[in-house]
Design a protein around this ligand. Structure first.
Ligand code: NAP
Length: 310
């Protein structure tokens, strides 16, 4: 079967994450065709040798089609829209792999529709931003049937440093959503101690350097260090998308009657950063909200700090 021997790849969604991920497949030498709603975002991929198609359904002739779009509603649109959707067309791929962070319900709905058409559906959401992808340090969590995993594993492994298979069906959606609750809470904790440091006379650079060298440090704390120290909030991941993930997580919490007081509070802090006009900036602007709540305005320390990704 073409899929197993030499898969041809399709890609839907070339945003902050989709573009670097599709680029890795092109760089690995896979024959790749791409589609993006805003056509101009495909230009860098075209320059690298990807084929750019005009309609989602033009990707139906590829053996494996990946998607990386914003929300559950967007995934349903690109897959199931009666006029434009990939899975409602005449020509269908053998496998669809979705990397977006979406709800279990949407994932199940798209999976069931795909399977009714004889298309395998695999969930492969990711952890890490575009720069993390470029540095080869992305982590992927995935679920679906094991036979499909065996086929798509080499493609997914080309995304980065780890691929964690967590079982059947939609399990990966839950793991990814819960991971992002930790992401938001950890970022809020960093924001609070950095503001406390500021008011008590300790530089953010010093606090972050020690954390990054300690057991509390992580690839994440290191790569967020330039944002937190030098206030570089060029968006890698927006608070709007993070709020979506908190809402997905808190929906599960309510469903299963699990109290999550810190998660609830952090969700509203993410929302307040949107209300303060940071919707299109990086979610690390949570630092600025923590500072405003303490009655101070932060300035860039213009320090020579690294994100550790080079
Ligand atoms: P983004 O930069 O906003 O890109 C979103 C992409 O989806 C764009 O290509 C956009 O097309 C496309 N899109 C959105 N709605 C669409 C629709 N209705 N029809 C067709 N295309 C549509 O978002 P991102 O940061 O790449 O995030 C994508 C997904 O990955 C999200 O689920 C997010 O939670 C998840 N994620 C993000 C990160 C991160 O660090 N950024 C990390 C892990 C996971 P246009 O270009 O036309 O707008």
């Amino acid at each position: 079967m073409a899929t197993q021997e030499n898969p041809t790849v399709g890609w839907i969604g070339l945003g902050n994450m989709g573009a670097p991920l599709a680029t890795r497949l092109v760089d690995e030498g896979y024959s790749t065709a791409v589609w993006n709603r805003t056509a101009s975002k495909a230009d860098p991929l075209a320059a690298k040798g990807a084929t750019v198609v005009e309609a989602i359904r033009d990707l139906g002739s590829q053996s494996v089609v990946f998607s990386m779009v914003s929300t559950s509603a967007d995934l349903e649109q690109v897959m199931l829209d009666p006029e434009l959707g990939l899975l409602t067309g005449d020509s269908l791929p053998e496998i669809v792999v979705d990397c977006s962070t979406v709800s279990v319900e949407t994932s199940k709905k798209v999976r069931e529709f795909a399977e009714s058409k004889g298309v395998r559906f695999f969930a492969a959401p990711v952890s890490g931003n575009g720069k993390v992808v470029a540095a080869g340090k992305l982590s992927v969590v995935c679920s679906g049937d094991e036979e499909t995993f065996a086929i798509v594993q080499p493609l997914i492994e080309s995304f980065g440093r780890s691929v964690t298979y967590v079982g059947d069906g939609e399990a990966a959606r839950l793991v990814k959503i819960y991971h992002n609750l930790l992401l938001g809470i950890y970022t809020q904790a960093l924001a609070e101690i950095l503001v406390l440091g500021e008011k008590s006379g300790v530089k953010r650079e010093a606090v972050m350097e020690f954390i990054n060298n300690s057991v509390m440090g992580s690839i994440f704390s290191q790569y967020k260090t330039p944002a937190l120290v030098n206030l570089d909030f060029h968006p890698t991941f927006t608070p709007v998308l993070l709020r979506k993930d908190f809402d997905l997580g808190l929906t599960e919490a309510r469903k299963h009657e699990v109290p999550m007081p810190i998660t609830n509070l952090t969700r509203d802090i993410v929302e307040s950063s949107i209300g303060h006009g940071f919707a299109k900036d990086d979610f690390a602007t949570m630092l600025l909200i923590a500072a405003a709540n303490a009655g101070i305005e932060l300035k860039s320390e213009q320090a020579d700090v690294t994100d550790g990704l080079d």
